[in-house]
Every structure is written in C-alpha cells, then in structure tokens.
Design a protein around this ligand. Structure first.
Ligand code: AMP
Ligand code: ZN
Length: 472
C-alpha cells in the first residue's frame, strides 16, 4: 500500500505524493502564546510530531514550520491584564512552550516564525487583495475579505455559498460556521489595543489572525506547498480563510493535503483554556506522571479519533512502556544461537509500515511491534533466538522508536530515578573514597565527575565527604 492520508478538503484518503520528489513542506498552526499550552494543544502537536517522524522514517526530507501567534485579541488582552509589554509577556510563554516540547521529546520545527516579525509582508498581502478587488476597506480603517468574490469559499468546511451572510462582517478572529461572513484581514486601531499597532496604507492597525498564517507559510515554504495541519477547530474559519487569502493573493494553488486532528476531551468536553478544564505538561509532571507516559497517552490514539484523557490510563501506558523497554534490555543481554534471522522480524516491519501508511494507523503499528516482542520473547524463553535475529530485532526496535520517540525519555527517567535515590549517591561516594585510598586518582576523578554531572556537589571534609543537590 502506498502512503496515504485523510485529506480534509477531499473528505477522503489520498495517496501522498509531494510536489518535489523526496521533499515535504509541512506547515503546522502553532500555539497562541498568551498562556501555557495545555495537553489538548499537545495532542495536536504530538500528532504533528508523529506525522513528521513517520515522513522522515519513510525517507522524506521534511521542512517543518510552526508559527507562534504572538499578536492577536488574546495576547493583547492578557498582556494588558498582566501590565507587561506584549513582547516580554509572550516571551515567557514561548519559553514555556519550548520547555514542554523538549520535555515530551517532540522534534523541533525548522522555523518558528512569530507573527510580529512578518507584519510588513502581511500588509503587502492585504494590499494585493485590495488591489485585486478581493478585499475592501471599512470606515474604521479595517480591511475585510469579500467572501462573495471567491466562489470556492467554503470548500474545505463543505459549506454552501447560499448560506453566506453576504453584506455582514465579522471582526472577531474566531466564529462559528453559522456566521460565515466577510472576515478581517487588517484591524483598524482600537483603544483596547493600547500601544500595539503598525502603520499601514489604511492607517494604524494590526493584522487579523488568519492573514498571519497565510503569510508565514508562503514566506517560508513557497506559495504552493504539501501539507498543512492543525486541530479540527482550526478547519473553520481559520484554514478556510487562509485558503481564500492565499489563493486570491498568489493566483496559485495553496496546499495539497489538509490534515486535522480531533479533540482531546476531559469528561467528554473539549479541553480548553476558556472552559478552565485543562492540564498543562508541568501540572502532570508535578503529579509524578513521567513525560514518557504523557507522550504515550497522547500518541497512541489515532489522530482522527477523539481522545478522552483520563489519569486512569496511566497504569496501562506504564505496562506497555515496560514491555517495550524490558524487551530492549533483554535483547542486549541475550547471547543468541547460530542461524539466520527469523522471518517474523521482517514481517513485523512490513506490517508496521502497512498500518502506518494507512493514514498513520498507530494501533496497527503498535500491534506489529508487540507481535514482534511476543515472538522474540518466546524464542528467548526457549533459547532458540538466533544471534542474527537478535541483532536485527535490536535495530528494528530502534527504528520503530525513531517514530515513537520514547527511548530517550525512558532512559532519562531511569537516570533521574537513580539520581533521586540517595542510595545511588552514597554508593558512589563509598566507591570514590575506596579509589582515593587506593591512590587510583583516575578512577576517583571519573567518579567525582559522574556525581557532578548527575547534579550534585561534593564537599570533602577531613574525615568524611558530604553531598548536596546542586541548585541552579
Ligand atoms: P491555540 O493555541 O488555541 O491557537 O491552539 C494551538 C493548536 O492546538 C491548534 O492547532 C488547535 O487546533 C489545537 N487544539 C486546541 N485545543 C485542542 C484540544 N482540546 N484537542 C486537540 N487540539 C486542540
Ligand atoms: Zn494558523
């Protein structure tokens, strides 16, 4: 089977074929940095990480762009409430976002454009739309896109032109399908915006949210690129409006594949900041839920199914991770007998790819991995697993992990738990003292370095060595 994805604009699966052979240009709508991202947001970012990793696993060179929305109604409102200048205010949440990405071992995008760095290009695109008569200026110096001028409007969200509320306008960035109307490309300055404005041909103002993504995606990936992703709530109006803006401004096609992930729910409701029903990554880490488990819980439900997040599933996730890790460790120790690699190994890789090629069917992919583990364990129990099979299994499991991204986290957590256990440091100090007594200074220095790297300070007193945790 060829690699295929469910393409929202076609409402069916499409075989994936990039514009340039072997290269994929991927744009993913990033966080609005007015608060901490919650695990609902990370459900979408995790799906995008899985997509990116799987494309790379398949041998594509991916250029990945994720924008940071640093100027919009929400960032302006919250920075004002906090009494902090906008850029300083958003910097704090940008840093928190990157810390969370790293904590979850999400591969960094190649570019993280911030909307405020692209305002001149946004003004340019709005100007083009006005010049081409797709947009008009209102009395307050705002500019609106005229949806009646674009017959394809509504194609992504499957809306009918007769439902358009022609003649009406919507100034807010977010609204429902029932309110399909002309939307703001540029927002004339209002008192609430305070000092956040730019000069433009229409007077002082700021960009609308939708134009931000049209501009940052085309600036960094070209007018026509391969994949555009986001959560399902981005589909309308955000992505519908992006299509209208980009296609009308450039006169070219915009995006070939639109992929959307479903919601993460709590108690069957969408997790969102406005409903105050959210967990952040630090919230979960503080509850001693390791990052590997958070990653697993976000990753292992198919991206187009709703994911009902529940802490009851922690144990189940832990069991799955333990099985994979103990298989990996067992392989390392196992000697192996003479003979060729067993055929079930190649079959497991084929079956993994067959599932993942089918719109990232993660359950099927994991099924293939666990089947390999079952077979491998059975052969090792009977001491009938070949040396070659063992080596192949070791390389396959690393290859699967290039898609799952859990080993780095698990290894980190294992080191941390050793470090948090005081018996570890005490044993190391005894070992080091023995080495010093034996005048084996290479060994005692190596041990000292190991202890320091693990985050401790050592203080040598005349008759004892004391330790404390280093504070940054
Ligand atoms: P925002 O910071 O609100 O612009 O959202 C960033 C990304 O998270 C967007 O792609 C949203 O579609 C996505 N998102 C927001 N809430 C959820 C949720 N509960 N489940 C899944 N994705 C979400
Ligand atoms: Zn966007």
């Amino acid at each position: 089977m060829a690699l295929q994805f469910y393409n929202s604009i076609k409402r069916k699966r499409n075989i994936f074929s990039p514009i340039i052979d072997g290269e994929v240009k991927l744009y993913t709508c990033g966080p609005t940095v007015y608060n901490y991202a919650h695990i609902g947001n990370f459900r979408t970012f995790m799906f995008e990480d899985l997509l990116r990793r799987y494309l790379e696993f398949k041998g594509f060179t991916v250029t990945h762009v994720m924008n940071l929305t640093d100027v919009d109604d929400k960032t302006i409102r919250n920075s004002q409430q906090a009494g902090t200048p906008l850029l300083k205010f958003v910097q704090f949440f940008k840093d928190a976002f990157f810390a969370d990405l790293d904590a979850l071992n999400i591969r960094r995008a190649h570019h993280y454009p911030a909307a405020t760095a692209y305002v001149p290009q946004m003004i340019e695109m709005v100007k083009t739309l006005v010049d081409k008569n797709y947009a008009y200026v209102s009395d307050d110096g705002s500019v609106f896109f005229d949806i009646a001028k674009f017959p394809e409007y509504g194609r992504l969200a499957n809306l009918k032109p007769e439902d358009m509320l022609v003649g009406n306008r919507v100034a807010d960035d977010e609204y429902d399908k029932e309110e399909m109307r002309d939307f703001a490309l540029w927002k004339g300055r209002k008192a609430e915006d305070g000092e956040i404005f730019w000069d433009s041909p229409w007077g002082k103002g700021r960009p609308g949210w939708h134009i931000e993504c049209s501009v940052m995606s085309t600036e960094l990936l070209g007018d026509h690129f391969d994949i555009h992703c986001g959560g399902i709530d981005n589909l309308f109006p955000h992505h519908e409006n992006e299509i209208a803006q980009s296609v009308c401004a450039t006169g070219k096609e915009f995006v070939n594949y639109w992929l959307h992930s479903e919601y993460l729910l709590v108690d069957r409701k969408k997790m969102s900041k406005s409903d105050h029903n959210y967990f952040t990554i630090p919230d979960l880490l503080e509850r001693n839920i390791p990052a590997s488990i958070i990653r697993w819980m976000l990753l292992t439900t198919h991206y187009r199914q709703k994911l009902n997040f529940s802490l009851d599933r922690v144990e189940e996730a832990q069991k799955s991770l333990d099985r994979i890790m103990s298989f990996k460790n067992r392989l390392k120790e196992y000697q192996g007998i003479e003979g060729n690699a067993e055929p079930f190994l190649d079959d497991s890789m084929k079956s993994f790819e067959l599932s993942m090629d089918d719109d990232l069917n993660i359950s099927g992919g994991l099924g293939a991995i666990f089947e390999m583990i079952r077979n491998g364990n059975r052969l090792m129990d009977m001491n009938e697993f070949s040396q070659e099979g063992k080596l192949l299994a070791m390389s396959l499991i690393e290859r699967f992990d290039s898609v799952l991204g859990i080993f780095d986290l698990l290894e980190n957590e294992a080191t941390l738990s050793l470090v948090n256990d005081t018996s570890w440091i005490e044993a190391k100090i005894i070992e080091r003292n023995k080495a010093r007594k034996a005048k084996d200074y290479d060994m005692s220095d190596a041990l000292r370095n190991e202890i320091i790297e693990a985050g401790y300070e050592l203080i040598d007193k005349p008759d004892e060595t004391i330790w404390k945790k280093r504070t940054i």
